[in-house]
Design a protein around this ligand. Structure first.
Ligand code: SAM
Length: 291
């Protein structure tokens, strides 16, 4: 399988987006009507995260919405289906291992770039926080085909069902790398496994309504280049049955309207393409797609 291409500089730049997402979670955690509470987000975000937070178009509305949405997805899926393996590729500065409650025998594998994981551990250890599940850190490059070996070495059991969350990553990757990643995840997932991710439609990258955001992320060296126009069809080709909603709809439901702020009564299948897809899927059978 060919390795997918991002330069080392691009990978480092995407790493910095993790600081910004932590800053968004820190700000949301301070609201009296917060949708979640992440007590470690402010320390993890640091000055770099705060600086990037101030450049956002909507104070991170889509990040707040996806955090809450995936919190609900993870908790309900683990409890309803008694799954005890969770994998978070591109975990960044996520603290779900600490801030959500898990059955005691749950193992959560956090995968990210080595420098990012080192930084995260330094900050968390200085605060003496204890995870609420078994937590295993796996330093990887997710644009290569070799990361599954590291996950297996860390104790992941592909014969058991698992829950995967790929949050805030796919739109930074070339489409070829997205397909490679989904193919590898699918191979590692037994039937009745679950997968969740956020992704964008190609329309978001070219619409005048989202131009301001596209210009900002390009200026920061982290252009949004990876698109999935039809997540249900794509996942079906990998053997998953998917459901999709948009951050726009969830944003109104959670009372956190999301950029580009199209009024609720004007949300249609067309206008929703200008928002992130929030995708959840269950693994059914062998894939037809060339994995
Ligand atoms: N999922 C986290 C969240 O929502 O807060 C982090 C999202 S952050 C926007 C993107 C993450 O992808 C960063 O932590 C970055 O280090 C990671 N990442 C980017 N390219 C990667 C690669 N090639 N291999 C592993 N991790 C990568």
């Amino acid at each position: 399988m060919a390795e997918s291409s991002l330069t080392p500089t691009q990978k480092a730049s995407i790493g910095y987006t993790a600081y910004m997402t932590a800053a968004v979670r820190a700000h949301e955690s301070q609201r009296p009507d917060r949708l979640f509470n992440d007590p470690w987000a402010a320390s993890l975000a640091g000055a770099e995260g705060e600086r990037r937070f101030r450049q956002l178009e909507d104070a991170g509305g889509s990040i707040i919405v996806r955090t809450r949405f995936f919190d609900e997805f993870l908790q309900s899926t683990v409890n309803q289906w008694s799954i005890r393996q969770l994998v978070m590729p591109a975990c960044g500065l996520d603290t779900r291992a600490f801030r959500l409650s898990w059955p005691a025998d749950t193992i959560l594998f956090e995968l990210d770039q080595p420098d990012l994981l080192r930084y995260k551990e330094d900050i968390l250890q200085a605060q003496h926080v204890q995870p609420r599940c078994q937590r295993r850190l796996v330093a990887v490059d997710l644009t290569t085909a070799s990361w599954p070996t590291h996950l297996l070495e860390a104790g992941y059991d592909p014969s058991l069902p698992s829950v995967w969350l790929v949050e805030g990553l796919l739109f930074y990757l070339p489409n070829k790398a997205i397909l490679q990643l989904l193919g590898l995840i699918s191979r590692l997932s037994s039937p009745q496994s679950w997968l969740a991710f956020d992704a964008i439609h190609g329309a978001m990258t070219s619409s005048p309504f989202t131009q301001q955001r596209m210009e900002r992320v390009t200026r920061l060296g982290v252009p949004w280049i990876g698109t999935i126009d039809d997540p249900v069809a794509l996942l079906a080709s990998f053997g998953w049955q998917a459901s999709v909603t948009s951050s726009a709809r969830k944003g109104y439901e959670y009372n956190r309207p999301v950029y580009p702020f199209i009024p609720r009564d004007q949300l249609t299948p067309e206008t929703e393409k200008l928002y992130h897809w929030l995708v959840t899927a269950v693994r059914q059978h062998q894939a037809s797609h060339q994995e």
